[in-house]
Design a protein around this ligand. Structure first.
Ligand SMILES: Nc1ncnc2c1ncn2[C@@H]1O[C@H](COP(=O)(O)OP(=O)(O)O)[C@@H](O)[C@H]1O
Ligand SMILES: Cc1cn([C@H]2C[C@H](O)[C@@H](COP(=O)(O)OP(=O)(O)O)O2)c(=O)[nH]c1=O
Length: 214
């Protein structure tokens, strides 16, 4: 079985860039890597609806914390069989966002912390009821909120189809979300966590040696 490695962090933290760096390091050493990113905006009907709701579609759906979280959970549930296939076929399956994104963003939107009802509800739904594949490691790519916001703005200007959605433009929400992520990591929520400082150069070789393949 391959190792399931999840990358979490704020919008604009640099998750995709980090995933590219880890993938390059692993493939250079001859390891096979599968990748997925949630939400699956173009591959799954739940993901498609999430994208539309994030941009104001479907009435007040985007305002509903539980509604959006259910859609995100169903997107992952629909992906579970493919994730298991990837884990059988590859050395590493690298995910850009997973269940902890639901926990961190929902709790932050509701002004709860990681010990509140919302995180417990996510755990009950996605971990217990949907029995999604458990990560071997969740990596929190941690950057100051202002840095993440600047990067997201830069990305919006320079990349096609990477416009910021309603959450991404809300600085206070991002700040609270970063705090919940830090609590989840400190508590070892669902799996071991590694917190990586994403504000400067990242030591991909060291992280692969000590954490991804360990
Ligand atoms: N370590 C880094 N230092 C400087 N800029 C970065 C770094 N990582 C990512 N970026 C830039 O920040 C922006 C957002 O990165 P991205 O990987 O798309 O973030 P995310 O997937 O977390 O939203 C991109 O323009 C990217 O080039
Ligand atoms: C995967 C996932 C994302 N989210 C949130 C985080 C982001 O604010 C938003 C969209 O994800 P994001 O990774 O920002 O997508 P993009 O490719 O557009 O940058 O949805 C959840 O609330 N729950 C989830 O399960």
């Amino acid at each position: 079985m391959g190792r399931l490695i999840v990358i979490e962090g704020l919008d604009g933290a640099g998750k995709r860039t980090f995933a590219n760096g880890i993938t390059a390091e692993l493939t250079a050493r001859g390891h096979s890597v599968a990748r997925a990113a949630f939400p699956r905006y173009t591959e799954d009907i739940h993901g498609e609806l999430i994208g539309e709701a994030l941009r104001g579609g479907h009435g007040d759906l985007g305002d509903s914390v539980y509604g959006m979280a259910v859609l995100n959970a169903l997107d992952r549930r629909a992906a579970a069989a493919a994730l298991r296939d990837d884990l059988r076929a590859h050395d590493v399956l690298l995910l850009d966002r997973y269940v902890a994104s639901n926990a961190a963003y929902g709790a932050a939107r509701l002004h709860q912390d990681s010990s509140g009802d919302f995180v417990a509800w996510v755990q009950e739904l996605e971990v217990s009821r949907f029995a999604l594949p458990k990560p071997d490691l969740q990596i929190l790519l941690q950057v100051p909120t202002e840095v993440a916001a600047r990067r997201a703005e830069h990305r919006e200007r320079t990349e096609v189809d990477r416009q910021r959605d309603n959450f991404e433009s809300d600085a206070e929400l991002q700040q609270r979300c970063g705090e919940v992520y830090a609590q989840l990591a400190a508590a070892g929520w669902w799996s071991p966590w590694l917190v990586v400082d994403g504000s400067g150069q990242v030591d991909f070789a060291g992280i692969v040696d000590e954490h991804v393949l360990a």
